[in-house]
Design a protein around this ligand. Structure first.
Ligand code: PMP
Length: 437
């Protein structure tokens, strides 16, 4: 009897437990580096979140929603977005795009931009479809395309040498038009655009967006436009929405994040804006998976946007103040890195700055047969030995291209002055140790 039981148990266990679509996507850079930072970092410039508080107004809006008269805010709300939030988003983005948006059909609220991305890939990508991804890319695009049964096709931004004596800028990383065009085929279903780009901070120019838009039109392709850093643009640069270009509205889903807009990444409120012909399919995925996002968080974000609409373009607007504050933080980190010889690539936007570690690589013990890219080993060594957390750039590349871009790391500068100063102290001390061993 026992023998029989153990046999049948064995038979059951020998079946593959996990679905085939999970193959090869079990590792996640954030899970790994968040743990390393929690264990070793004294200064965490790794994952992209601010360590400063959101605006008081926004926190108070959340508290009002939580403890106010309207106890219905503790209950379910409309699946595709709390009515006050979709209404204000339609008004706000309608104004930016210069078109009338219907809150019920042109806007859908998601659990962060992350779920918006998931909805897009599930809704649009079939077995055998190809999705073009511009490298370096926010890492989840690749597993999300694969989970939907699609094939990611990668095209890298190519760095040009900066002018003599100048630091490189994220604008020096550009698409090769012929190379980009060569990636489009009859199997291509969509392209993912992320401007401003995580990790480089590149803000795509009108010319670059027109190049992408022309190819989308020519090949009848969708554009999944991840614009979570839309407000974080520096040096007077302009964020251009690809949906506003000729012919692009009908084929674009714009994705945004209250986390990045209002410095409250933990609230996990995101949204999609686009034509009903696309959003109706996102609604199908959403209603059959997550269903809706926390009501109170949506209510508070709606109030945040209400305030922004009233203050639009004025000095008191958070969306005017935030990029100013972040530009200064960027400049501090640029100076710190430049002073020690960890050459920064000046970002035009986002929370992030990529730096060249070539002059520091020799500090890290070599592991000859390691299959880990050397920027991975560098970032792990740095957090363990220097207490400073950053993310290896190769994690934003596909497997085949990782070793072409293995001498950079990404820092997040959306941090308090004291945090950036502590990072500066670590870098200075490191530099001193290098020069006087
Ligand atoms: N897209 C990009 C490019 C991001 O950097 C992030 C967050 N790091 C997201 C999407 C996800 O945003 P959210 O936190 O709103 O889910």
């Amino acid at each position: 009897q026992t023998h029989f039981l153990s046999l049948s148990l064995q038979a059951k266990m020998s079946r593959l437990v996990q679905a085939r679509r999970l193959e090869g996507i079990d590792k996640n850079i954030w899970v790994e580096f968040v743990k390393l930072a929690a264990t070793y970092a004294t200064v965490n410039l790794g994952q992209g979140f601010p360590d400063f508080p959101p605006l008081d107004f926004l926190k108070e809006a959340f508290v009002r929603a939580l403890s106010g008269e309207n106890h219905m805010l503790h209950q379910y709300t409309r699946a595709f977005g709390h009515p006050p939030l979709v209404k204000i988003l339609a008004q706000f983005f309608g104004k930016l795009l210069g078109r009338d948006l219907d809150p019920m059909t042109n806007v859908m609220v998601t659990v962060g931009a992350y779920q918006a991305l998931f909805c897009c890939f599930q809704a649009f990508v079939d077995e055998g479809d190809e999705v073009i991804i511009i490298e370096p890319f926010f890492d989840c695009y690749e597993p999300m395309v694969k989970m939907a049964g699609g094939t990611p096709v990668f095209v890298p931004l190519r760095p040009k040498a900066p002018k003599e004596g100048k630091l490189m800028s994220s604008a020096d990383w550009q698409l090769d038009p012929a190379e980009l065009a060569s990636k489009f085929s009859e199997r291509t279903k969509a392209i993912v655009l992320n401007s401003p780009n995580n990790p480089l901070g590149k803000v795509f120019s009108r010319g670059e967006l027109e190049l992408i838009a022309d190819l989308c039109e020519k090949h009848d392709i969708l554009c999944i436009s991840d614009e979570v850093y839309e407000w974080l643009v520096y040096d007077g640069k302009e964020h251009i929405r690809i949906a506003s270009l000729q012919g692009m509205w009908d084929r674009t889903v714009m994705i945004g994040s209250a986390g990045k807009t209002f410095s409250a990444t933990g609230w996990k409120v995101g949204w999609t804006v686009g034509p009903n012909r696309l959003l109706q399919h996102l609604r199908t995925v959403h209603q059959n998976s997550v269903y809706h996002c926390a009501t109170i968080a949506q209510e508070a974000v709606a109030q945040g946007f209400q305030r922004e609409i009233e203050l639009y373009g004025k000095p008191d607007s958070y969306l005017v103040q935030l990029p100013k504050m972040l530009q200064q933080k960027r400049d501090w980190l640029v100076q710190s890195l430049d002073a020690v010889g960890m050459k920064p690539i000046i970002p035009e936007g986002t929370y992030f700055l990529v730096a060249d570690i070539s002059e520091f690589k020799s500090d890290v013990p070599d592991v000859p047969d390691s299959d880990e890219p050397c920027d991975y080993r560098f970032a792990k060594w740095m957090v363990k030995n220097k207490g400073l957390a950053a993310i290896p750039l190769s994690s934003f590349y596909c497997g085949a291209h990782k070793n072409n871009y293995n001498h950079f790391i990404r820092f997040c500068f959306a941090k308090e002055e004291a945090t950036l100063k502590a990072a500066n102290d670590i870098l200075q001390k490191w530099k001193r140790e290098k020069t006087s061993p």
